[in-house]
Design a protein around this ligand. Structure first.
Ligand code: JFZ
Length: 312
């Protein structure tokens, strides 16, 4: 365990990326601002599956450049990257073999951005990992969390896991090179056998992988994930990270001007690392595949501070 966690413990700083087709509505549905983070819009707006699917046809982030993205993370002093492979909306941001509801088959873009990022990370020496919403899936009829779409003919959550989650997780762990992290999210009631399968497959296919504590109660994972404000110093927790969005929302929304100041971001980074934790700072690419200038400016400023204060 110690050996597996060695790089992670030294890393201190990583880039979290929430990206999906929710960047098309970007916080607004039928002209109305929806509450919460942008990636929750399908839920907050009670958008039927057949309506939400239409955002895929409009998602064409042609300005996306993986090498530039990874370069920016590196310049900021980040050592790892975790991106949403599939969020609660059920849309797969890679060329999924389990469903056509993915960035390769269902958008005009027809590129696998996770492949591109995996390659760029490997070239530039950044550890690469996936966020995966294993329980909530608002698109699959067996996925958990969609209570508003009455047109779904429900199937069991086991069926969803065997048809979609497990095959996708397997694909992500076998076709994208070395995967450093699997970042589960929002555990919900699922049968023990499927949770076991999800757990075992990660370690079996990528022996060095690190997982967080959000798969299910039975599995504490390798590290604890905190949100918003970091924990008080808790020496009994050895491995932990604070994840936080650089602005107000995880996913991009057009009205989000709530960027944290550069001093705040640097202070947060120092605060976590001084207590022995990592800081996983989230950025939100737009529907074009770029970051807002406010985010770029902040990442570069952190990098300048890093350079000025590092010994090497
Ligand atoms: C979850 C997601 O629902 C959200 O969209 C985002 O991806 C975030 C990183 O994770 O939201 C959570 C999960 C856990 C807590 C808060 C928000 N928590 O434990 O306080």
């Amino acid at each position: 365990e110690e050996e597996r966690m060695a790089w992670w413990e030294e890393a201190r700083f990583g880039m979290f990326i929430h990206w999906g087709i929710y960047t098309v509505p970007a916080g607004f549905y039928k002209g109305e601002a929806q509450t919460n983070s942008a990636e929750w819009i399908m839920n907050k707006g009670k958008i039927p599956i057949s309506e939400y699917e239409k955002f895929a046809a409009e998602f064409n982030p042609t300005k996306f450049n993986a090498a530039e993205f990874v370069g920016l993370a590196k310049q900021a002093g980040m050592k790892y990257m975790v991106i949403t492979a599939k969020h609660h909306d059920g849309f797969s941001m890679f060329n999924s073999k389990a469903t056509n509801y993915n960035i390769f088959d269902a958008t005009p873009f027809k590129r696998d951005v996770l492949k591109e990022l995996a390659k760029a990370c490997q070239e530039q020496g950044i550890k690469f990992g996936f966020y995966y919403s294993q329980a909530q899936d608002w698109h699959h009829p067996g996925g958990l969390g969609n209570s508003w779409d009455k047109n779904i003919k429900r199937v069991s959550s086991d069926e969803y896991v065997y048809e979609k989650a497990l095959p996708e997780v397997k694909q992500l762990l076998t076709e994208y090179g070395p995967i450093a992290i699997f970042w589960w999210d929002t555990p919900r009631e699922m049968t023990k056998s499927v949770v076991d399968s999800l757990h075992h497959i990660t370690r079996a296919l990528q022996p060095g992988i690190i997982t967080n504590d959000r798969l299910g109660d039975a599995y504490p994972g390798d590290h604890k994930t905190f949100e918003r404000n970091g924990p008080r110093y808790q020496p009994e927790i050895k491995y932990w990270e604070l994840c936080q969005p650089i602005s107000g929302s995880w996913g991009y929304r057009s009205d989000d001007d709530n960027f944290k100041s550069i001093p705040t971001l640097i202070r947060n980074l120092i605060d976590q690392s001084s207590k022995g934790g990592n800081y996983l700072l989230n950025v939100s690419p737009t529907r074009e595949g770029t970051l807002r200038p406010e985010a770029v400016e902040r990442l570069k400023a952190i990098g300048t501070w890093m350079d000025a204060n590092s010994e090497a």
